[in-house]
Design a protein around this ligand. Structure first.
Ligand SMILES: [Zn+2]
Ligand SMILES: [Zn+2]
Length: 419
């Protein structure tokens, strides 16, 4: 009797979930969980807890996920299905900016269940994302390549989209808009050929948001605004707090770049409030940086220095070196305004950070990401400027049929550029 009621509640929850009525779905599942309390049906509990985590992900309620994923892990230990629970915990901690804890859970996934490719591929993907967030790009790309090797074999559309979004975000982050855009367009293509309306609903808005960000970086502000407005409508309708925060941030950036500061500031503030609410420390760091840039443009240099310092702290707390670099560069520039006494410590920090990131082109030794430029990834996962590929080819002249070395790690590959 009780079992049947539970089954009905779980099913009702799933129907509500598909209709994107996430809160009601969670209510149904909680009812079922409550009914199962004390009963020993751990496999069912495990599945329901997984559903709840999934719904909270869609809403961007990461702290709630931690609570439910911990319960799921407890149950999982009795039925030897820890991988999924660890992955949920790892994903939630990633969004909360707790990268070292996220890494621990990711490691557990890979050590526990290396044969179950269903989850292992997600662990590699997550590892890649975690390294990117900390600007360890080489390690990030290595893991993403590992994840990508599953993509070819996989008919898991969600996974294929997530892999391509991650590449897109990576290339956009290091200022190669063309390659970044190519990956996002690939996501759109995958989504268009997909017949599962649930997948389409779930991913359409996040892919569009990435597209809006690319428009923004390419100074196509009107297109960015139009795209982002559509995403925002969707985000409000589906109660996705994460996406609402990100849209507000993009709106603020659009207005800052068109120098309408009175429109930018309240949007930064709203985004800040949402990211505080959901605990997204990466989002908070981005917003702070935008606010700092705004005050700088408004020539309020004392305030700008304060905000850049605050952003620098936030970036260092989560371990994002790229934003820390950006803050140092701005603080050093602000020296001329007299709002800052000494830049020596920032210059030192800047050198250290650049060295730690190791984001140099192996051919010309210039830092990657400083200006918009197209990049090539060698098979060993080191990056070079596309414009430098011909120099590398000339340098390895005469090795046409042979293996040619990567200038950074000397690893030989016959796929490295040739003339
Ligand atoms: Zn180069
Ligand atoms: Zn290399």
């Amino acid at each position: 009797m009780g079992q049947n009621v539970v089954k009905r509640e779980v099913k009702k929850g799933l129907e509500l979930y598909e209709l994107r009525k996430l809160e009601s779905a969670i209510d149904e599942w909680n009812k079922a969980l409550h009914r199962l309390n004390g009963a020993g049906d751990n496999p069912t509990k495990f599945v329901i807890l997984g559903h709840v985590c999934c719904a909270y992900f869609d809403m961007g309620k990461y702290r709630c996920i931690i609570t439910y994923a911990r319960k799921q892990l407890e149950v999982a230990e009795t039925i030897e299905q820890e991988t999924e629970a660890c992955l949920n915990l790892s994903r939630a901690y990633e969004r909360l900016g707790e990268y070292s804890i996220a890494e621990e859970y990711c490691k557990k996934c890979l050590s526990r269940d290396t044969k179950d490719s269903k989850w292992v591929k997600y662990a590699f993907l997550l590892y890649g994302r975690l390294y990117f967030k900390q600007c360890q790009f080489y390690k990030g790309l290595k893991n993403l390549e590992e994840a990508k090797s599953f993509e070819k074999l996989s008919d898991d559309i969600a996974f294929r989209i997530l892999v391509n979004i991650s590449y897109g975000q990576f290339y956009t982050f290091v200022n190669d808009m063309e390659t970044g855009c190519m990956y996002i367009l690939k996501c759109i293509e995958i989504l268009e050929t997909n017949s599962d309306s649930y997948i389409t609903k779930k991913f359409h808005k996040s892919i569009q948001l990435e597209l809006a960000k690319i428009h923004l970086e390419n100074s196509r502000l009107n297109e960015a605004l139009d795209t982002c407005e559509n995403v925002m409508k969707d985000a409000i309708e589906s109660r996705d707090r994460q996406l609402q925060g990100e849209c507000l941030y993009v709106f603020a950036e659009i207005h800052r770049r068109s120098r309408s500061f009175e429109r930018a500031s309240p949007r930064y503030e709203s985004a800040y409030a949402i990211f505080t609410e959901i605990g997204d420390r990466y989002g908070l760091m981005q917003v702070l940086y935008g606010m700092a840039k705004t005050t700088c443009l408004q020539q309020d240099f004392d305030q700008a220095v304060d905000l850049f310092k605050k952003t620098l702290d936030a970036a260092q707390e989560i371990g994002n070196k790229m934003y820390a670099v950006k803050c140092c560069v701005n603080l050093i520039d602000l020296c001329d305004t007299g709002s800052i006494e000494s830049t020596q410590s920032y210059e030192q920090l800047l050198d250290d950070l650049l060295e730690q990131m190791g984001l140099y082109c192996g051919v010309c030794s210039e830092a990657i990401g400083k200006t918009k430029e197209q990049l090539d990834m060698l098979p060993c996962c080191h990056l070079i400027h596309t414009r430098c590929a011909c120099h590398l080819a000339r340098y390895t002249w005469g090795r046409k049929e042979k293996m040619r070395p990567c200038p950074t790690c000397r690893k030989l590959s016959s796929s490295n550029p040739m003339l």
